[in-house]
Write a protein that binds this ligand. Structure first.
Ligand code: ADP
Length: 275
């Protein structure tokens, strides 16, 4: 059949959505995608804590959790409630503070946070695009996006939807984690995503009793790997039981008051490099 060049309704809607995405992203300064090769390395914690610290430094920050199967930002940040729909026809993110807005799939799950989200690729792609197109984020200095581990639909959708996003890749120091991070770095090269650098989380631990350094997962592996792969190394964050406790209680903010914590000095260094 001859191609008349007509557009299907799907094409039209997608075109409209592209325009909305473009308009919303034009109001955002920096877009940072936080990735990891493996789960459990502290990626959501790094994304949330960096977003929190940036907002406390006076920046307007949006935190978007696209880890659709395992959204944790809502728990780490104790998000109580859903979207702000006070104004008719407008959906705004959850307002954590004057400077920090959050969107996580947790917010759509209602009371039952243990619901398993069983979605195939197209639904995930559609949800991520809607989180950007249909939500009124307002003017932001930073949009921090927490992506699930690996190189699947979610980071790919972010890379394609936000072409000027910059990636932070979180790893732990041991080889089993670093092997997957190399894949994340190669993914960024392939989809032409700028890499801000690698963060080595859970790097060393100072024993609270004797003060000795205990390299539980080792230390320095992320830095070495970053040098080998020719990407910046942003810093090492040690293991700290207070981080686990604050995360479990949804009170990462409480940690920011503890000026003498080693993790806060480490985050400060990272922040200086990405601000
Ligand atoms: P991911 O997003 O990579 O799956 P999470 O951010 O959910 O990882 O963190 C996994 C666990 O590790 C959480 O219990 C979190 O509190 C803990 N954690 C993260 N960073 C640190 C750290 N520097 N020291 C100790 N525990 C940490």
């Amino acid at each position: 059949m001859e191609n008349t060049g007509c557009h299907t309704p799907g094409d039209f809607e997608r075109g409209q959505q592209d325009k909305m995405i473009e308009a919303n992203l034009a109001r955002v300064g920096r877009k940072i995608l936080v990735m990891s090769g493996k789960g459990g390395v502290g990626k959501s914690t790094v994304a949330s804590y960096l977003a929190l610290l940036l907002s406390m430094n006076g920046k307007k920050v949006g935190l978007l959790d696209v880890d659709l199967h395992g959204p944790t930002v809502g728990r780490l940040m104790n998000v109580q409630g859903g979207f702000d729909t006070a104004e008719e026809g407008v959906v705004r993110p959850y307002r954590f503070s004057d400077n920090l807005s959050i969107v996580s799939l947790d917010m759509l799950l209602g009371e039952n946070k243990d619901t398993a989200v069983i979605w195939r690729g197209p639904m995930k792609i559609s949800a991520i695009r809607q989180f950007i197109s249909d939500i009124e984020w307002g003017d932001l200095d930073y949009l921090v996006v927490d992506s699930p581990p690996g190189t699947g639909d979610e980071p790919l959708t972010v890379a394609q939807t936000i072409p000027d996003a910059e990636a932070i890749i979180v790893t732990t120091p041991q080889e089993i984690s670093l092997a997957d991070v190399r894949k994340s770095i190669n993914f960024c090269h392939q989809v032409k995503l700028k890499i801000l650098g690698v963060v080595e989380n859970m790097s060393g631990h100072t024993c609270p009793h004797c003060g000795k350094d205990v390299p539980i997962f080792g230390s320095g592996g992320g830095e070495k790997m970053a040098a080998q792969m020719g990407v910046p190394h942003l810093g090492r964050i040690p293991i700290d039981a207070e981080m686990v406790d604050s995360g479990d209680r949804g009170d990462l903010k409480g940690l920011t008051d503890k000026a003498d914590l080693e993790i806060n000095a480490a985050y400060k260094k990272i922040l200086e490099q990405i601000s």
